[in-house]
Design a protein around this ligand. Structure first.
Ligand SMILES: N[C@@H](CCC(=O)N[C@@H](CS)C(=O)NCC(=O)O)C(=O)O
Length: 203
């Protein structure tokens, strides 16, 4: 198996953390997305969304979308410690929070960065006002995350899950790419972030 990726990008980073948590090792193939290597017809044959990360399982089988890749490895070795939760309720809670954090957090922050910085203006129309609006939406979501983490060790109570990985990538992205002082402003997010940073997979 091969993982087509550009390691420092947020979605590749979250899949790599997930794989480290599971102890999965596989071949990594660097795709320079900034240089447009993901826009070639050859790469589009592999990845239906034309983006990284994309997992190659065999000659004809490819999976893109970070969570689909994580789920694939999770399903390969079913366990009560699954990072997608255990049992109907916990699995629903993980799904709910992961989607909330993706839609209101990571994806919105990504739109803010892309449209304000114009990093991918070679392939999309960048609308600064939309980027600014997305940044405002991210800033409106952060207090909700802070409130939730003020009474919960992890996103799902005492259980570390894939939703923590998504949220950790989101918070780091806010700090580094949107220059939002999240740790300074939100003590519960900061404490949770430091707790995760101690895990070997996050080093
Ligand atoms: N929803 C996708 C998003 C993938 C994505 O946007 N990947 C970025 C890197 S983090 C990318 O390939 N960008 C290149 C481009 O937009 O052309 C996922 O979860 O994997």
């Amino acid at each position: 198996m091969k993982l087509f990726e550009m390691a420092p990008t947020p979605n590749c980073h979250r899949v790599n953390i997930f794989l480290k948590e599971l102890g999965v090792e596989l071949e990594h193939v660097h795709v320079d997305v900034r240089a447009g290597e993901n826009l070639t017809p050859e790469f589009e044959q592999k990845s239906i969304n034309g983006r990284v990360p994309t997992l190659q399982i065999d000659d004809d089988t490819f999976i893109c979308e970070s969570i689909a890749i994580c789920r694939y490895f999770d399903e390969l070795s079913p366990s009560e410690d699954s990072l997608f939760g255990h049992g109907a309720l916990e699995r629903a809670q993980v799904e709910m929070w992961n989607r909330i954090i993706e839609f209101n957090g990571l994806n919105t922050a990504s739109q803010a960065f892309r449209h304000i910085s114009g990093v991918y203006k070679d392939r999309e129309t960048c609308i600064t006002a939309w980027g600014e609006e997305c940044k405002i939406r991210v800033q409106a979501f952060l207090p909700k995350l802070e409130q939730h983490l003020s009474s919960s060790t992890f996103i799902i109570g005492d259980k570390f899950t894939v939703a923590d990985i998504t949220a950790w990538i989101f918070v780091g992205f806010c700090e580094s790419r949107l220059t939002l002082p999240v740790m300074q402003q939100y003590p519960s997010i900061a404490a949770w972030y430091q707790l995760l940073a101690k895990r070997p997979a996050f080093q």
